[in-house]
Ligand binder design. Structure first.
Ligand SMILES: Cc1cc2nc3c(=O)[nH]c(=O)nc-3n(C[C@H](O)[C@H](O)[C@H](O)COP(=O)(O)OP(=O)(O)OC[C@H]3O[C@@H](n4cnc5c(N)ncnc54)[C@H](O)[C@@H]3O)c2cc1C
Length: 340
């Protein structure tokens, strides 16, 4: 294996765009085909947080997600000027302190802050929380802005992107299938996990980094997405994780839980304005691990679950490395198509 190759990529979500960018920049001839007529209208990707949180995610994910995710952050940092590298915070009300202790035990790289340190990092939070966990090397971004950026960069790197095309491309040396849930026709174990979220604008709240609020029943995370056109701060409040495949409207119960948790984090959210409510559906394999499945010229990259933004750059790097050298990552690659 060496190349350069003619590569066709199916699907222009965050996974497909990172594949296209990486492969085109490495000298391969790349075409991307996307079924939707308009960018990102049928993708899970715009629904993401999008936290790049390999350390916090280890509380519920396999160690491989942290290992790959740390590389994922480096690749975003090298490629995307608007990435915010401000770390992330985890807090819990005093009555749920055991949840914070458990979170600390289940993760690596977090440091305990006292109220004074918390006040310096996120002024205002220390009036409600007297301790927090801080993960300094995590990052976040606004997913819509990042997707627009990736699409522009993919084209600048020489790749052709066609919208409104769903057929399998012909004439390529390799097809990289990044169709997310659209690949269920060929990947029978792939499932969707519904994630509901609310976007609010809150002129009086000024958090600079993602904050997770631990709770026994409805944990919340909040991601700052910068300012809107009026100068008000915008936040994503998320997200549920429900074993259902429909991306329809958010339920009243989920909205109540997310909004109540936001109110616990900061009562000033009572004055926030709701911009959008909705749900995306995450593509996941039964063990929630990402996979690269190879089968004579056809390569699936899928199952990025809660970690599509975090992992898509490193999945692209691994596919490029595989095409150029034949080398595979033992925990991610599956060569036997029967195991898909
Ligand atoms: C509420 C929520 C919060 C999340 N938060 C985070 C987070 O904080 N951090 C993080 O890293 N991840 C997060 N995620 C997960 C992340 O959004 C997903 O892992 C990621 O978007 C999956 O991307 P994808 O490109 O694989 O799939 P998709 O974005 O679904 O893209 C697949 C594309 O393939 C296209 N397609 C389908 N069939 C065909 C066909 N036949 N031909 C051509 N094109 C086709 C689709 O139209 C679509 O555009 C979150 C997800 C949700 C729902």
């Amino acid at each position: 294996m060496a190349g350069p190759y003619r590569i066709a990529i199916r699907g222009a979500g965050v996974t497909g765009l990172w594949q296209a960018l990486t492969l085109a920049r490495r000298g391969h001839s790349v075409i991307v085909v996307e079924q939707s007529a308009e960018p990102f209208t049928e993708a899970c990707s715009p629904w993401a947080g999008a936290m790049l949180a390999p350390r916090c995610e280890e509380e519920s994910a396999e160690p491989v997600v942290r290992e790959l995710g740390m590389r994922g952050i480096q690749l975003w940092q090298a490629a995307y000027p608007d990435l915010v590298s401000a770390g992330s915070l985890v807090v819990a009300p005093a009555r749920d302190r055991k949840l914070l202790d458990r979170f600390e035990r289940m993760t690596q790289g977090g440091s305990r802050l006292d109220a004074e340190q918390l006040e310096q990092l996120e002024p205002g939070l220390s009036s409600r929380f007297d301790t927090a966990l801080f993960y300094a090397d995590e990052a976040h971004l606004d997913p819509s802005a990042a997707l627009d950026f990736l699409l522009t960069e993919v084209r600048s790197a020489g790749a052709v992107v066609q919208f409104g095309v769903s057929d399998t491309p012909q004439g390529a040396d390799f097809i990289v299938d990044c169709r997310g849930l659209g690949a269920q026709d060929m990947l029978p174990t792939l499932r969707g996990v519904r994630g509901e979220r609310i976007v609010v604008r809150a002129p009086e709240i000024a958090f600079e980094r993602p904050i997770r609020l631990l709770h026994p029943r409805f944990p919340l995370y909040l991601v700052p997405w910068g300012k809107d056109e009026t100068g008000a701060n915008v936040f994503m409040l998320g997200a549920t994780s429900i074993e259902r495949e429909d991306g329809g409207p958010i339920t009243l119960r989920s909205a109540l839980e997310l909004l109540s948790a936001a109110f616990v984090l900061d009562p000033a959210f009572g004055e926030a304005e709701i911009v959008t409510l909705g749900a995306g559906v995450r593509p996941a394999f039964p063990d929630n691990r990402p996979r690269i499945i190879t089968s004579s010229g056809y390569i699936f990259v899928n199952g990025l679950y809660r970690h599509g933004f975090l992992l898509s750059p490193v999945m692209a790097e691994m596919v490029a490395h595989y095409l150029e050298t034949g080398i595979t990552h033992p925990e991610v690659f599956i060569a036997d198509f029967g195991q898909r």
